[in-house]
Design a binder for this molecule. Structure first.
Ligand SMILES: [Zn+2]
Length: 135
């Protein structure tokens, strides 16, 4: 894993407004540190530059790994994940209570593979929503 400079880390964290750019988990409520995620993994020749980095919570980052996409459960087509650099979150997902519901094929593969609605994550999100920390 390539070293991400302090300057670049700061830029990524501020640009993301200190939230996971995939599941929107707020960094202010996290007991763990967020990670610099390569949108296109280094394994696939993704670069360590601002345009290929996203702020991600450890849940999303570990579930995504070096994957770039998956098979859309509805169409059976190979589909890339949601890209927080080139796409808008609200075009691909919406909150349905504490659940993150996909609106597109990219949204569907991202919700499934990054395990957005895994039961422990849903419980944690419910708690944050009632505390007004997740909006
Ligand atoms: Zn996340």
């Amino acid at each position: 894993m390539t070293y991400v400079s302090a300057h670049l880390r700061k830029l990524i964290i501020e640009r993301a407004n200190q939230r996971c750019e995939y599941c929107l988990f707020p960094g202010s409520a996290a007991l763990f540190s967020f990670e610099m995620e390569h949108i296109i993994a280094e394994k696939h020749r993704g670069t360590t530059e601002a345009e290929n980095l996203a702020l991600a919570c450890p849940y999303c980052n570990r579930a995504k790994g070096t994957d770039l996409g998956s098979i859309d459960p509805e169409t059976g087509k190979l589909t890339p994940f949601f890209n927080p650099r080139t796409q808008k979150w609200s075009d691909h997902f919406q909150m349905n209570g504490a659940e993150i519901a996909p609106l597109t094929a990219e949204g569907r593969v991202t919700v499934v593979i990054l395990q957005f609605n895994q039961s422990e994550r849903l419980e944690e999100r419910k708690r944050l929503i009632s505390a007004g920390q997740y909006s």
